[in-house]
Each structure stands twice: as C-alpha cells, then as structure tokens.
Design a protein around this ligand. Structure first.
Ligand code: NAD
Ligand code: LMR
Length: 329
C-alpha cells in the first residue's frame, strides 16, 4: 500500500449538490491518483452543518483506503489550514431565466472572505479552483484578496464547457470524444464564451473541414454556450454530476499533467497573452506539467470571427470586474 504523505483538499459548499457528486470520487483517488491519500477539509455555512454531518457519515461508511482524515467546519480558516488543493464550490446557483453574472451580488462577498482566509492559512503552493458562479470573476476576487499567494494559483472552471464542446462535436462527426483533440474554450464561463474549433482535430482531420460553417456558427457555438441553461430547464436544477466530473478533471490535469499532443481549457490569470487584458481570469488553452499550467502559444486567432468573439467575452469579464471593484483591493 501507498507510503505517500496525505494531501489536504478543501471543498466548500460541501453539503451541496456538486459536492455530493464529487467528494466520494476525490476520496477514492480519482482526482489525485490511486496512490495518493487525502484529508478532506469541508466547509459549509452553519445552517448546513447538520446536512454535512450526514455526508461525512456516508464518506466514513465507504471505508475508502485513501481517505486519511475529514475536517468539517463553518470556519474558513480551519477549512483552508495548510491545504494543497481548494475547490471553491459553495455559493448560490442560478435559476431559470438568470445569467450567471446575476449571481455576482449574492456570491462575490463569499470569495473575498475566502481569498483572505486562503492567504492567511493555506499552503503557499495551494491550487485553487473556483466552481461557484460567476466562476471567472469569483476567482479574480479570491485572487486579489490573497496578495501573498501567486496569482497563478487561482483558476476558474471552464473544463465543463470544454467537455461539452468535445461531446457535441463527437456526436456531430460520428466519432468519440477520444478522437477529438485541441478543443478551446476562450473567455468567460458564460453565454459569451467562445468554443473555437480553429485548431481542433477529429481523428487527425481539421474539425472545421468536417462540419458545415452554418452549423458551427448557428447551432454548435450557441448550444455549447447555453448548455448550462438547457440543463437547468430540463432538470429544474443546475448541472451537478457533470460539474463535479469537470472539477475533478481540472484538478487532476493540473496536478498530473495533460495528455501528449493535447491541451485543456482553464480559466487562468492573463498576463496579456493573445492581447487579453492583464489580470483577468480568462479561459485559455493550457498544458500542464509538473503541477504547473502554461497557456498554449501560437494558436491562430487572426480571423475577424475569432477576434470579435474573443473581444466580446473579454469585454464581459472587464464589466464584471468593474462591478465588483469594491471587493478588489
Ligand atoms: P447547492 O446550492 O446545491 O450547494 C451550494 C452549497 O454551498 C450549499 O450547501 C450552501 O450551504 C453552501 N454555501 C453557501 N455559501 C457558502 C459559504 N460562504 N461557504 C461555504 N459554503 C457555502 O449548489 P450547487 O449545485 O452545488 O452549485 C454550487 C455553485 O456551482 C453554484 O454557484 C453553481 O452555479 C456553480 N456551478 C458552476 C459550474 C461551472 O462550470 N463553473 C457548473 C455547475 C455549477
Ligand atoms: C453550468 O454551466 O452548468 C453551470 O455553470 C450552472 C449554470 O448556471 O449554468
């Protein structure tokens, strides 16, 4: 059996829907590897601590060999103490007819408080993934409230959009997701995101040679952009299992690396790459090695279509940033 030291993984909103689909998989080794013990440090608000107790009882009852400990608390400085990974899920989900940015007012304050707590007590190498919406701007708020941590440690989840875009393309081209490589989601986890097939291949062939341009612009892009809303309409609640799956995949890729000749989409700190304003948390194509991410260089974004779509989602992120200026030290 493994002799690795346990890693500490914080999950916020631990009694919520996404967490219920996520915690058991983290504890079974699907996120950090089948030889990596974990200590789960679970944060909830006080009224949900009873429900959290039930989740913890179920975690115990699984007798996971890799689960080396569980902390349950409503105090962020306890939940984040020495953590190596932090999955910030806890926040309000949207309902039918809302855009994710409509949640800014309800959720933004959570991420300034949690950014400060991470700054004070987390491992200096903590890898943070923000899932709670609007994810990119919440990640920006957390990052700016954690001045002692490297801004590269804060990321936002667009892996679900990336997976959605792969699955829709595989369906259309009668292939499987294994055949689809080099997908890109640019920008915000919102309806302005740009699912870009310019570099994408299916079975080694350029994706844009296999699909009709009208389908790409008029059906594919809007369907990927609106998939979250379609799930809310159909299910009466926002995506949970697929969101949990994407969060695990995002952290796993960051920790253990990308596949050869492929990349993933991650909302990461912009240093001005592809002309995107410095400091925004913008989704880029990324590769990961040795626990670090880097933005893929040299993707062709020269078409007017790409320029316009990338600028529109950047504009929305700038507006969201300006709307929470009071929370950005
Ligand atoms: P949920 O309502 O089922 O669970 C949220 C949990 O967070 C609740 O248990 C609540 O008590 C807890 N919580 C609220 N404030 C908290 C705080 N300050 N600290 C700790 N916990 C707190 O919601 P859900 O379905 O699990 O969704 C959670 C968030 O994830 C929502 O904002 C949703 O929109 C977002 N989401 C993002 C993506 C993505 O792709 N980025 C995908 C799906 C959902
Ligand atoms: C999603 O994309 O499924 C989530 O962000 C939930 C939502 O509000 O759409």
């Amino acid at each position: 059996m493994s002799m690795k030291q346990p890693l500490r993984v914080a999950v916020t909103g631990a009694a919520g829907n996404i967490s219920y689909a996520m915690l058991f998989r983290i504890a079974s080794g699907e996120m950090l590897g089948k030889d990596q013990p974990v200590i789960l440090q679970l944060l909830e608000i006080a009224p949900a601590l009873d429900a959290l107790k039930g989740v913890v009882m179920e975690l115990e009852d699984c007798a996971f060999p890799l689960l080396a400990g569980i902390v349950q608390t409503d105090d962020a400085t306890v939940a984040f103490k020495d953590v190596d990974y932090a999955l910030l899920v806890g926040s309000r989900p949207r309902g039918p007819g809302m855009e994710r940015k409509d949640l800014l007012e309800a959720n933004a304050a959570i991420f300034s408080a949690q950014g400060k707590a991470l700054n004070d007590v987390a491992s200096r190498d903590v890898k943070v993934l923000v899932v709670g919406n609007p994810a990119n701007t919440n990640a920006l708020i957390a990052q700016r409230n954690a001045p002692d941590l490297d801004p590269r440690n804060f990321t936002a989840m667009t892996r679900l959009d990336h997976n959605r875009a792969m699955a829709q393309l595989a369906g259309k081209t009668d292939s499987t997701v294994n055949d689809v490589k080099k997908m890109i989601i640019w920008g915000n986890h919102s309806s302005t995101q740009y699912p870009d097939l310019t570099a994408c291949t299916v079975n080694g062939k350029p994706a844009l040679d296999l699909v009709d341009r009208t389908w790409y612009e008029g059906t594919y892009i809007p369907e990927v952009q609106q998939r979250g809303a379609a799930i809310i309409k159909a299910r009466g609640a926002s995506s949970a299992a697929s969101a949990a799956n994407a969060a695990i995949a995002h952290m796993r890729t960051w920790a253990l690396g990308t596949d050869e000749n492929d990349w993933v989409s991650m909302g990461v700190y912009s240093n001005g790459e592809y002309g995107i304003a410095e400091g925004l948390i913008y989704s880029f194509p990324c590769t990961c090695t040795n626990g670090d991410w880097s933005i893929v260089d040299g993707v062709d974004v020269s078409s007017d279509f790409s320029k316009e779509k990338m600028a529109a989602t950047e504009q929305e992120l700038s507006e969201e940033r300006d709307a929470v200026a009071h929370l950005l030290p």
